[in-house]
Write a protein that binds this ligand. Structure first.
Ligand code: S3P
Length: 423
């Protein structure tokens, strides 16, 4: 599709529900005793993959216009699916479900699309095996993965990477293990699993980087209100910051501190972002307003990386419009996302004339020069597509975005919302 440079973006929007929380709401709702009513659920392809997998294991899940109702079968109520479980493009579904499947009394195979089949699963296979799981993966690292019935034992495990998917897979297996399960993180990653466990009555303690879970008898179903996804809001925060004369508000955005690195970094670059209407619940939410302002380069690395890992592509776009140099380091995990996001952004921003250099664990962007519209590839990656669409709004000349429909993985309706704002 063609994306022309845009006039100011103005107005008030909401973004779809948080992807990470939507997945977890279905998974924990399925394992709970009783019904879970989920409002604000993200009807994106990834979360629909999660619903599909649990339906195949006998969980009744109703999808209405605005809500999803999961009729929980209890911790030990899943049934053997007739065939393999298909997780589509979703890393969260694939990795988290392995933790649950490791504790089931049946054999089951899991696989996804071409991208999922290239993503490393050894990081999940290793610790689950240490807990007693029997898992077979292609080359011990890739989908398809087959899990066989086994006895699980709690353990203490230090994560080699700050990954919430890995942490959550181990904690989910811990539901079925004998004894306590302890996970130690190198730096804190998103803690939605821990928060939801607590809300469902599971005994789970967090002490700094150490999380300990006691296996529960059962999970008590609750109603879950999913906040707007800050990872989706991030595209509009960046767009509002770089498109002259913009001022826009995004209502009801989840601002869990393990997710708000993008706000910190954009502010450090000079962005004008204000917060209002804070509401504290299991997951904190607020409204975010962004106004255009001059941006300057910054350094991004260390403990902030897990707090903004999915936002780095659009932060790279903001950096292209910022005066001076932005350095992104400690972000090698970007190479094993839905695409190699370092290579993808370096290649595409270079097409737009941006002075950008790939490094071993990130990139260096020398911004502030004219950014040109171009013919952009999206690598089948929803976040690359939306990041380049944001770039196109503030570029000089029109752009073409290949495969724009890929945004429906996490943000169906992204381009309509952009249109409504004047983009
Ligand atoms: C997610 C964790 C992150 C993130 C992904 C969603 C989650 O992945 O990139 O989009 O829901 O737990 P990693 O755990 O691999 O860092």
């Amino acid at each position: 599709m063609q994306q022309k440079p845009s006039g100011p973006l103005r107005g008030c929007i909401t973004v779809p529900g948080d992807k990470s929380i939507s997945h977890r709401a279905v998974m924990l709702g399925a394992l709970a005793s009783g019904d879970t009513r989920i409002t604000g659920f993200l009807m994106g392809e990834d979360c629909l993959s999660t619903i599909d997998c649990f339906r195949k294991m006998g969980v009744e899940i109703e999808i209405n216009d605005t809500e999803v109702v999961v009729h929980g079968v209890g911790l030990h109520g899943l049934s053997e699916p007739e065939g393999p479980l298909y997780t589509g493009n979703s890393g969260t579904t694939t990795r988290l479900i392995c933790g649950i499947l490791a504790g089931q009394p049946f054999t089951v195979t899991v696989s996804g699309d071409a991208s999922i089949q290239k993503r490393p699963m050894g990081r999940v296979i290793g610790p689950l095996r240490e807990m007693g799981a029997r898992i077979h993966g292609r080359d011990d690292n890739f989908c398809p993965l087959t899990l066989y019935p086994s006895e699980l034992y709690g353990m203490e495990y230090t994560l080699p990477v700050a990954s919430a998917q890995l942490k959550s897979a181990i904690l989910l297996a811990g539901l079925y293990a004998e004894g306590q399960t302890t996970v130690i993180e190198p730096t804190p990653s998103r803690d939605h699993t821990e928060r939801m466990f607590r809300a469902l009555g599971v005994e789970i303690e967090t002490n700094g980087n150490v999380i300990t879970l006691d296996p529960p008898e059962d999970l008590h179903a609750i109603d879950i209100a999913v906040p707007g996804d800050i990872s989706s809001a991030a595209f509009f925060l960046a767009a509002g910051a770089i498109v002259p004369r913009s001022e826009l508000t995004i209502r009801n955005v989840g601002v869990n501190p393990t997710r708000t690195g993008v706000i910190d970094v954009l502010r450090a670059m000079g962005a004008d972002i204000t917060e209002s209407n804070h509401l504290d619940g299991a997951e904190p939410v607020c409204d975010l307003t962004v106004r255009h302002s001059a941006l300057h380069g910054t350094e991004i690395g260390g403990a902030i990386i897990p707090r903004l890992i999915d936002e780095l592509p659009v932060i790279a776009v903001a950096a292209a419009f910022a005066e001076g140099t932005t350095v992104i380091r400690d972000a090698a995990e970007l190479k094993v996302k839905e695409s190699n996001r370092i290579a993808a952004m370096v290649t595409e921003l270079a097409k737009a004339g941006v002075d950008i250099e790939e490094t071993a664990d990130g990139m260096i962007i020398r911004g502030g020069q004219t950014v040109h519209g171009a013919d952009f590839a999206t690598y089948g990656d929803h976040r690359i597509a939306m990041s380049l669409a944001v770039l196109a709004l503030a570029a000089d000349g029109a752009s073409r975005i290949a495969d724009p429909e890929v945004v429906s993985i996490s943000y169906p309706g992204f381009f309509d919302t952009l249109d409504r704002l004047g983009g």
